[in-house]
Ligand binder design. Structure first.
Ligand code: PEP
Ligand code: MN
Length: 339
């Protein structure tokens, strides 16, 4: 059961509810979000009386949630959650295209990238300073210096930044640099200790789908973050592994409506890591927006042939501008908008 406390509920009222749940032999998980506190009752729910709990002061609602994932489930939160990223809404009517290079390379590359992201009309910028590479001999990212390059380049254009966290030991540095959105990559979707750590902060998190993860595993991974109190979670479909080898991954377009049904949280798509080739990116992007994605995460490099990482799949600045134009048209047709 989930017990939703009202935004005005006092600490004493919260404690009284917890006491009541524990008296029935159940345990609790208290998830303190920025907007509301949720009490998850863990154990035999049949012992809890919904009406009696709702009668307690400070309780807004008590709900039996049938799904194994609770806080992220649409079952208790019918409206779409809109996440505010420094004034940029994600999850509402406005569709957000997040763009930038795969990896942070040099100050010049980041300055050119930020200018191109801004010129294309994107309101959020991506870039990896810590890179999860298949080979230990590949470029591993510019690290903390890369974060610094990214921060400075993005700040010149007022762009909030999205960057991948691979190791909880870097979390404080991310907070120091004011990273606006923490990305959890496909390889870490089930790194539960990392998920718990980002669950303790209030920074929005993009949770990429594990390359072999089922929808339910993905939702449960998000629940780890939510259970810790961070309710600002954005799902990102980035393609899954199948028998097909023509392209890097298979973009699971079906996951978009399915997730929108299962969760109230925003769902975005990364067409770059799905297709793995720049020429596939426009078609996959159009499909994703048409299918109801709340945004995209698109790789763009000022000079793709010279990219240190994922050169094949990066759009150039002109291609990004063209794509934005096409996507604006699609958004309009389905009653949404891209600024
Ligand atoms: C990335 O976005 O740069 C990345 C490494 O993505 P993924 O975790 O989806 O492979
Ligand atoms: Mn990449």
């Amino acid at each position: 059961m989930i017990i939703v406390m009202s935004s005005e509920a006092t600490e004493a009222q919260l404690e009284a509810v917890v006491k009541r749940v524990k008296e029935q032999g159940l345990d609790v998980n208290i998830s303190r979000g920025t907007e509301r506190t949720l009490i998850g009752a863990i154990g035999d729910e049949r012992k809890l009386d919904q009406e009696l709990l709702e009668a307690l002061p400070g309780v807004e609602q008590a709900l039996h949630i049938l799904k194994p994932y609770k806080i992220v489930a649409r079952e208790w939160h019918k409206q779409d959650t809109v996440i505010d990223i420094k004034g940029v809404p994600l999850g509402g009517r406005q569709v957000q295209i997040i763009s930038g290079p795969c990896s942070v390379e040099t100050r010049e590359q980041m300055d050119l990238s930020a200018a191109a992201v801004k010129a294309a009309g994107c309101r959020l910028m991506r870039g990896g300073a810590f890179k999860p590479r298949t080979s230990p001999y590949s470029f591993q990212g510019a690290g903390v210096e890369g974060l610094d390059m990214f921060r400075k380049a993005a700040d010149k254009h007022g762009l909030p930044i999205v960057t991948e966290l691979m190791d909880a030991r870097q979390l404080d540095t991310f907070l120091e640099y004011g990273v606006e959105v923490i990305q959890i990559g496909t390889r870490n979707m089930q790194n539960f200790d990392l998920l718990k750590e980002v669950g303790r902060v209030n920074v929005p998190v993009i949770l990429k789908r594990g390359m072999s993860a089922t929808i339910s595993e993905w939702l449960m991974a998000a629940e780890y973050i939510a259970a810790g109190g961070n309710h600002n979670i954005i799902f990102c479909e980035r393609g899954i592994r199948t028998f097909e080898t023509y392209y890097r991954n298979v973009l699971d377009v079906t996951a978009i409506p399915v997730l929108k049904k299962e969760t109230h949280l925003p769902v975005i798509v990364d067409p770059s890591h799905a297709g793995g080739k720049a020429w596939m990116v426009p078609a996959l992007s159009r499909a994703a927006i048409a299918a109801g994605a709340d945004g995209l995460l698109v790789e763009m490099h000022p000079n793709p042939c010279e990219a240190w990482c994922d050169a094949d799949q990066a759009l150039n600045p002109q291609e990004l501008i063209k794509l934005m134009g096409e996507l604006r048209g699609i958004a309009q047709v389905i009653g949404r908008e891209i600024l």
